[in-house]
Design a protein. Structure first.
Lengths: 504, 143
């Protein structure tokens, strides 16, 4: 584990550290100041004391020097035993020679000659030479050397400072313990609650406010924040519940819609299947019709024809006429079957729209009509560039029928005219096929487009009455309309539209 | 060696009319008639009632109806085209229908021609005459 950063220590430890450090620092500085001051004062005091001592010694031993009584001087000096700090002492005569001396220990190091008046501090020692004056003249010199006892003093001082320091530290720690209660406990409260919030997401807890200081403000802010969060959480919870309810509701609705859709789909599928079945039946019906219904007709026509051809001598004219009628009816029946099949194909066939040139298609149909009856002289006018979006095959059937009818019903006209063109009517593009043929009575116009409905006798104009029914179906499949205008003997016009794509 | 025509036709009326039409058109070739698809296949491959038939004699043209009992015309055509011995025999579909589907399916399976039997006997005669002329006289078959 690495060193913990200062910032990572608890506030409690930091406070304790700050108090201890401050205390120790203050003690050190004040202790040092005291030691310095004291040592300076002590030196001054010691010097004064030593000078006074030297003066006393000088005054009492002056006589001994005058009377040259070293013994007495020696005794005076011996009184210095009372002063344990003085290690050595000596008395010099006027000429500077040792007159008497004293040493606390056995060895004496006193200089043999007096030095000039003065003092000096050497290590733990103070050395003093003091002149003795008598009548304005130097009578002798006193030498004193004292131990300062510095290290002992220092030790004492250190002990005092240490003791004081320890005491102060103890007090400081007590103080910090109290401070802790005052400062850190409210903070610890905040911490405790914050931890609870983090762990249990319980925003209902509050910190008790103990003071009005910054921590108090913090506590208030913290409580305010908790209240705000609690409020928001409640709102959120409410919103969530509402949302959940809504989701449940939506899900229900969607399930209902799904069920309805499935039901609808199922029904559509059923209907489609039914329709497909019906279509298949219709198809197989048409198939049977086209195969099976024609075979007997062929037999009737074939054998009737063979009778006419090979047995004509056994039949009179009437009998032969009847056989011809049998043949005609048979062929007409065959034609009806073919037209019926065509009509059913129109309804069943796939329709695919594309852009067509109706003018081109019409011209192609006219060419075929002309080939079919080369003797006819018909003036046909096809407007150029008539475009439409429609199914090609079906539109071909439409034009074959309409132009074919026009061709047919103008057969008895000397100057037959057929016109294919376009006009605009109420915003619609209307195509038309017009002729100057037989026309018809508008009273019967509603029967025009019915299957097998005819407005002319078969003997007059051939046809089965299926063509226009077929055309109408095709136009309706394209989303268009078809109608006709006619006058008997003056001609007919057929109009039709083709929705979305029947454009100019 | 006389050229044989195989007519596959279940309707006796149509068979008779076809015979008459060929006679009227002076087509004297042998006309083999089978009444359904299965019989036609028996004839072509020498099986069933035609067991032991000389298979070197193959029809110059097969006139095949589509709607047949047992095996229908399209299947007969498929089997014909799938077999090495019969794949090159000209097959003319001769039927009542002119439904586009029938026409397309016939050509898809390898029919050489598709002729719709007209109701009008005069037209029928014409068609039979043209068929005989074309497939028996003009057409060159692969040996």
């Amino acid at each position: 584990m690495g060193m913990r950063r200062l910032a990572d220590f608890s506030i409690r430890a930091k406070l304790r550290g700050i108090v201890a450090l401050t205390t120790i620092l203050a003690l050190l500085v004040s202790g040092l100041a005291m030691v310095v001051h004291d040592s300076l004062a002590f030196r001054k005091q010691k010097l004064d004391d030593l000078i006074t001592q030297a003066q006393i010694l000088g005054s009492i031993s002056g006589a001994a020097l005058t009377f040259d009584d070293p013994k007495a001087a020696q005794e005076y000096l011996a009184t210095l035993k009372a002063r344990p700090d003085i290690e050595e002492a000596a008395l010099y005569d006027a000429r500077g020679r040792v007159f008497a001396s004293y040493a606390r220990s056995s060895t004496l190091d006193a200089p043999s000659l007096a030095e000039a008046q003065g003092y000096r501090f050497e290590g733990d020692r103070l050395t003093l030479f003091q002149r003795m004056q008598e009548g304005g003249e130097t009578s002798g010199t006193i030498y004193l050397r004292a131990s300062l006892g510095k290290s002992a003093r220092l030790r004492r001082y250190l002990a005092i400072v240490l003791l004081a320091g320890l005491g102060a530290l103890g007090i400081a720690l007590l103080l910090s313990a109290w401070l802790q209660r005052v400062i850190t406990e409210p903070l610890l409260d905040v911490t405790e609650v914050a931890r609870g919030v983090l762990e249990r997401q319980d925003y209902s807890q509050r910190v008790v406010k103990r003071s009005e200081d910054e921590v108090g403000v913090l506590v208030e802010a913290f409580n305010g924040m908790l209240a705000a969060i609690q409020h928001r959480e409640a709102a959120l919870q409410e919103a969530n519940e509402a949302l959940h309810a809504e989701i449940v509701e939506h899900r229900g609705a969607r399930e209902e819609v799904d069920a309805l859709n499935q039901d609808l789909e199922r029904r559509v599928m059923e209907r489609t299947a039914e329709l497909e079945t019906a279509n298949k039946e219709l198809e197989s019906f048409s198939y049977s019709v086209s195969h099976d219904l024609r075979a007997p007709l062929r037999a009737i026509d074939g054998f009737a024809s063979l009778l006419v051809k090979h047995q004509s001598d056994r039949l009179d004219a009437q009998g032969q006429g009847y056989l011809e009628r049998v043949r005609a009816a048979t062929q007409r029946m065959g034609q009806l079957i073919d037209d019926l099949l065509r009509l059913s194909r129109t309804t069943r066939s796939e329709m695919s729209r594309r852009d067509l040139d109706l003018s081109e298609l019409a011209r192609a149909v006219v060419v075929e009509l002309q080939v079919g009856s080369p003797e006819r002289r018909v003036s046909v006018s096809v407007a150029p560039g008539l475009k439409a979006n429609a199914d090609f095959t079906l539109m071909r059937t439409v034009l074959e029928n309409l132009l074919g009818n026009a061709w047919k019903f103008t057969a008895k006209k000397d100057e037959a005219r057929i016109e294919f063109g376009r006009l605009e009517q109420a915003g619609d593009t209307v195509f038309f096929v017009r002729d100057n043929g037989a026309g018809f009575d508008m009273r019967y116009a509603d029967k025009l487009f019915g299957a097998f409905q005819r407005l002319h006798a078969v003997t007059e104009y051939s046809g089965t009455g299926v063509g226009l029914a077929n055309v109408q179906r095709i136009i309706h499949r394209h989303g268009g309309r078809i109608w006709a205008e006619a006058e008997p003997g003056r001609g007919a016009a057929f109009y039709f539209t083709l929705s979305h794509g029947g454009r100019a | 060696m006389s050229k044989v025509i195989l007519l596959v036709e279940d309707n006796p009326d149509d068979e008779e009319l076809t015979r008459v039409a060929f006679v009227e058109s002076h087509i004297a070739n042998e006309l083999v008639v089978t009444r359904d698809g299965a019989e036609a296949l028996d004839y072509l491959f020498g099986t069933g009632a035609f067991e032991g038939r000389d298979l070197r004699v193959m029809p110059s043209v097969v006139l095949l109806d589509l709607k047949l009992p047992k095996v229908d015309g399209l299947e007969v055509l498929e089997r014909l085209r799938a077999d090495e011995r019969t794949r090159r025999i000209p097959v003319v579909i001769l039927t009542s229908s002119k439904e586009q589907e029938d026409v397309a399916r016939s050509y898809d399976r390898g029919a050489n021609s598709y002729v719709r039997k007209p109701v009008d006997f005069t037209q029928f005669l014409e068609a039979a005459k043209n068929l005989g002329l074309y497939w028996l006289v003009m057409n060159e078959r692969a040996e």
